[in-house]
Design a protein around this ligand. Structure first.
Ligand SMILES: [Zn+2]
Length: 702
């Protein structure tokens, strides 16, 4: 597919944060002591990868994932509070424990009112104060429910929809397509002119993850729809509404109509369709139904002359439903979603019902995460860079930064040399590709300039209000960007996030501090393992600039074709071969990967790993690579890569990932080694083995 993708859309990516929120168990005052850092870290072999986690009874040529990770898969149980578990989850736990110490220290520090530390501490302490939350009951939600109850006509309805628009989606950077609000706003560079911003409007409005959940006729999805209907009724009943069943029936019917209007994940990644510009007048002409003047006034965008409907027909059709469906149904719909969104910050009955559907039914997760983990996540989501600033002060060294910058430089150089060697690309296109690469900017650890939270009001004892004000603050920050110059250094991800990013319109790659940890990166580890692990990640992010979507953006980040037609045809054909290879994988009986939907990520893995391999060998500067504990350097390199992607899924979570994710499950990401020529001699892979590909079947793109 075609979106901009981060390294991994984890089980707790921002879009899914509410899904991942889990159970209260300890109050702030009684919080258990923080586990020591060492006990939270995985155990490593002496030279950087986990030999005990391998399964050497499997031939690497038959199943490299199992060879590299089979021991870990057998020994690992998915924690009860997770739908899946992987290397990212392990590091996320480490980052969460560190962040907990930061926010708890902030809560105890008595920092001056108005300071970031005070706000962080107050936000967290308020969320942890379950007694106060229980005592408040539905009171914090009341103003919003009263406003909804007072809606009398479509102008009122449009005003409410506009007032609750939030900057909660991201089409190209951190890649988050979903919002349960009717639309999501993404303020980013104008694709045609990256010197200014465009407000992109993305489809939303669904309480379940994807349109298939509403439209697929199979029993599995029918069962989920039954559970969703019951969940809607239960939430409304808990909030004091009568006739929950009938309301739920109408809400589900309305969401099913919204789902019909929705574009698929694959179509959403098509830049040619996403690059649409509407004027304010176009909104009324092309998307009738919503009272747009009322909507925009309430959204604080009455002066905005142009908009970018990301999925234009979906924006039109959803707006049409605002005009055609009964106002009373919309009021029920808005009330349910207000309760659903606010539930994690409200009483235990709402928290538990929210979890039972969103995490257990949808992802198979049996148990809620401890309350402090949810508190840390929520605080981090509301004040990400303020928390991040304290995080890097404690946990990121200048040495790690310097070593990472050196590796990035080497891998960029290796990729540049690969462009020179391509036998299928004309000199003309190569020159443009090299120009784009030369313009790459690199962020390591943390942003150079920190965000200002002085306008955010946090009130101790008001967990729900703090969350709501945090969302509104972030929204206003984004809308305000429309008036000013473009910030080319915006990071889009916090330093305490275990992930990495390519920002296509900024021509920039970003590696937050929290991923620069073992097993991805260890300043003391063997270089072959570091290049296979974090080097593969660095290569991955570089190549996103040249995957099926990245290749459409030029050196300035504009959506502008720089390819000759013949070169583009070759590039597409090679991409299709890779898509076909992945579409053949069948993670669950009858459920294949959609090779087009995951294509960008797989191009990034394929060429990123190849570039990291080249860079490792260049880094040896002619010296022979050492053999360590019986493993050659090339073996350690590929094992380092495969151990990045160790993972286990519950069935529901795997299904959701395959249906709505842009990444292949980890197992298949590890197996991309079968396209790399040096992997064959490294592990003596022979024809007839499960992963063997004849040389002309191995996909080579960059
Ligand atoms: Zn990626």
């Amino acid at each position: 597919m075609t979106t901009w993708k981060s390294l991994l859309l984890g089980a707790c990516a921002p879009a899914l944060l509410s899904v991942c929120l889990a159970a209260p168990s300890v109050s702030f005052a009684q919080a258990a002591p923080v586990a020591t850092e060492l006990s939270a870290k995985p155990k490593y072999g002496t030279f950087g990868f986990d030999t005990a986690g391998m399964d050497r009874s499997v031939a690497p040529g038959d199943d490299f994932f199992a060879y590299a990770n089979g021991g870990w898969v057998k020994a690992t149980e998915i924690p009860a509070d997770r739908g899946s578990y992987n290397t990212f989850s392990v590091l996320t736990e480490v980052a969460a424990e560190r962040t907990r110490a930061i926010v708890e220290d902030a809560a105890k520090s008595g920092a001056p009112a108005g300071s970031d530390a005070r706000k962080i501490g107050d936000y967290y302490a308020s969320f942890m104060d379950e007694a106060a939350i229980e005592a408040a009951g539905l009171k914090p939600l009341r103003p919003e429910l009263d406003r909804i109850a007072a809606i009398k006509n479509r102008a009122d309805l449009s005003r409410e929809l506009g007032a609750t628009l939030r900057a909660d989606v991201d089409a190209l950077n951190a890649t988050d397509y979903t919002t349960d609000r009717l639309f999501g706003l993404w303020v980013a560079e104008d694709m045609n002119d990256t010197s200014k911003y465009r407000p992109y409007l993305m489809q939303g409005g669904l309480g379940m993850p994807d349109r298939e959940y509403y439209l697929d006729a199979s029993p599995r999805f029918q069962e989920l729809r039954d559970k969703y209907r019951a969940h809607i009724a239960a939430m409304l009943t808990l909030a004091g509404y009568d006739d929950g069943q009938a309301r739920a029936e109408r809400i589900l019917a309305l969401e099913t109509e919204i789902a019909r209007a929705h574009w698929s994940v694959d179509a959403t990644g098509d830049m040619s369709k996403a690059n649409t510009v509407w004027t304010r007048a176009d909104l009324a002409a092309k998307a009738p139904g919503i009272d747009w003047p009322a909507y925009l006034e309430a959204a604080g965008m009455v002066q905005q002359p142009t908009f970018g409907p990301w999925q234009p027909s979906a924006i039109s059709d959803i707006s049409g439903l605002v005009g055609s469906q009964p106002v009373s149904t919309w009021k029920d719909y808005l009330a349910f979603h207000a309760i659903e969104r606010g539930a994690p910050y409200l009483s235990k009955a709402l928290v538990d019902e929210h979890f039972a559907f969103n995490s257990t039914a949808l992802a198979g997760t049996p148990q809620q995460r401890e309350r402090w983990k949810r508190g840390v996540d929520n605080t981090s989501a509301a004040m990400g860079e303020a928390v991040g600033r304290l995080y890097v002060e404690r946990h990121f060294t200048p040495q790690a930064k310097a070593q990472m910058q050196e590796m990035v430089k080497n891998i960029l150089a290796a990729f540049d040399a690969r462009i020179d060697r391509l036998d299928w690309m004309s000199g003309e296109t190569k020159a443009k590709a090299k120009e784009k690469l030369a313009g790459f900017r690199v962020g390591v650890g943390y942003p150079d300039k920190w965000r200002d939270y002085s306008g955010l009001q946090i009130v101790r004892g008001d967990a729900y209000g703090n969350w709501e004000r945090g969302e509104a603050f972030e929204y206003r920050r984004n809308v305000a960007k429309l008036a000013g110059p473009v910030d080319r250094d915006d990071w889009w991800m916090t330093p305490q996030t275990v992930n990495a990013l390519n920002l296509p319109m900024q021509n920039m790659i970003v590696f937050p501090a929290a991923i620069l940890e073992p097993t991805f990166f260890d300043p003391n580890a063997d270089a072959a393992v570091n290049y296979g692990a974090i080097g593969g990640v660095i290569g991955h992010e570089i190549v996103h600039g040249f995957d099926d979507t990245g290749a459409l953006f030029d050196a300035k980040g504009n959506l502008k074709n720089w390819w000759t037609p013949a070169d583009m045809a070759q590039f597409k054909a090679r991409g299709q071969a890779l898509a076909a290879q992945y579409s053949a994988y069948e993670p669950l009986p009858g459920l294949h990967l959609n090779g087009d939907q995951v294509l960008g990520e797989n191009i990034a893995d394929l060429a990123g790993l190849a570039s990291a391999y080249d860079a490792y060998h260049l880094s040896l500067k002619g010296k022979p690579a050492p053999v360590i504990d019986g493993f050659t350097a090339d073996q350690r390199f590929y094992l380092g890569w495969a151990q990045n992607y160790r993972s286990k899924f519950r069935e529901a979570s795997l299904r959701r990932s395959v249906l709505s994710g842009v990444h292949s499950p980890g197992e298949y990401r590890a197996q991309t080694v079968r396209n790399q020529d040096p992997w064959y001699p490294a592990f003596d892979v022979k024809p007839g083995q499960g992963l063997h590909l004849a040389p002309d079947q191995r996909v080579k793109i960059w």
